[in-house]
Design a binder for this molecule. Sequence first.
Ligand SMILES: [Zn+2]
Length: 198
Amino acid sequence: MAQTHDDLNAKAFSLQPGYDETLVRAEFAELMPLRTVIIYCFDPRASGIPDAVARDLGDVWPGEAVTDAGGEIIGTTTSVLNVVVAGGRALDALRSITVAQHLLGVENIAVVHHTHCGATSYTAEGIVKAWQEEQGVDISETYPRESLCISDYVASVEHDARLIRNAPGTPRHVNVHGYVYDIDNGELTRILEDRGTA
Ligand SMILES: [Zn+2]
């Protein structure tokens, strides 16, 4: 049977009696040893990316669930969180970076674009024009042009690394890593490493 509105809200941390935000944050940070946020494409062919990046950065992925004495899953041993978005473009990931830092603490952010990506199959002008014709809606000012598609793999990774670095919601201490992943052979090519400030 479906749960009621109250049943569902009984599982919301901020609605608990005596809720203490500072305490809840500290508990969250203990439940997952997060080091690295990986931003990559929602294309199913790109699903090997977390594995490849974790190997390169020495992360634990996929890790294992951690259970308490009662068998409830209360944590994980993985040190990776994934943000899976169209083209692996960083614009869609900025809010997630802020939340990951707030709850768990982040050391590395990896932005990864991949070969044969659908984001290289159209242009910014093309998607704006098609949206106007097919949906009758003008999205020309909705998204920055340079984040709409990919026209040059190195330039797009460099752009996204700069976007992450300059975002107010990115902690200054994080290292930003840029890669291109070859979906034919699983090879990861490093484009850049931008070390954070202590
Ligand atoms: Zn893609």
